[in-house]
Ligand binder design. Structure first.
Ligand code: CDP
Length: 199
């Protein structure tokens, strides 16, 4: 069965938690596409060459989750040649047998517009910054500034900007517990899966 769940949204909206939970529930593979951009930036040198060379070991580099790595990722992610170099791998992953969940910024709009389920996960910048601050520590005001700067860059770039696909379901996690957000996502996927199986 080919079945793709595309989960997009701004920084620290809860995409990772939701994606892992959905993938585990349905037994689907999961790809955190943000990690690809974080790894490419961390590899240094020419980012386009890095995007062509990135390997699973690069995705396990230490420090990829830091604020600095996120900022560096969002800078290389604005380069259309970097994005082009990473798209084939992502598409192959999305359409592999057995079902896949991909989370990122442009999965439902560009990487996999044919995805069977599209979710747009969001929350207020303050809530997202608080979550990232609880995760990483540091100065909360600085984390908020970083999150807002990255959102502006990701939404404002010319190639594959972050935006909600017109057919994506919005899950606003500002006032939702993790369990409630996961339950909503699982219900949506289960509905579409039932439709896909009966087709
Ligand atoms: O975890 P968080 O939401 O903070 O970030 P991430 O998903 O790891 O993504 C890091 C950066 O990579 C983002 O700010 C984007 O600039 C870029 N990215 C992208 O352009 N397209 C994707 N599909 C995924 C990430």
């Amino acid at each position: 069965m080919i079945f793709t769940v595309a989960i997009d949204g701004p920084a620290a909206a809860g995409k990772g938690t939701l994606s892992r939970a959905v993938a585990a529930h349905f037994g689907f593979a999961h790809l955190d596409t943000g990690l690809l951009y974080r790894a490419v930036a961390a590899m240094g040198g020419d980012p386009v060459a890095a995007a062509h060379a990135v390997s699973p070991e690069d995705l396990a580099r230490p420090g990829l989750r830091s604020l600095e790595a996120g900022q560096a990722a969002s800078r290389v992610a604005a380069d259309p040649a970097v994005r082009a170099a990473l798209i084939r791998f992502q598409r192959r992953f999305a359409r592999a047998e057995g079902g896949a969940v991909l989370d990122g910024r442009d999965i439902g709009t560009v990487v996999c517009p044919e995805a069977e389920v599209k979710l747009y996960v969001t929350a207020t910048p303050q809530v997202r910054a608080r979550r990232r601050w609880l995760e990483l520590g540091g100065d909360e005001a600085q984390v908020l500034a970083e999150v807002m700067e990255r959102d502006a860059r990701d939404m404002g770039r010319a190639t594959s900007p972050l935006r909600r696909a017109t057919d994506a379901e919005v899950i606003d996690t500002s006032d939702l517990s993790i369990d409630a957000a996961v339950a909503r996502a699982i219900n949506l996927v289960a509905d579409r899966l039932a439709t896909a199986r009966s087709a």
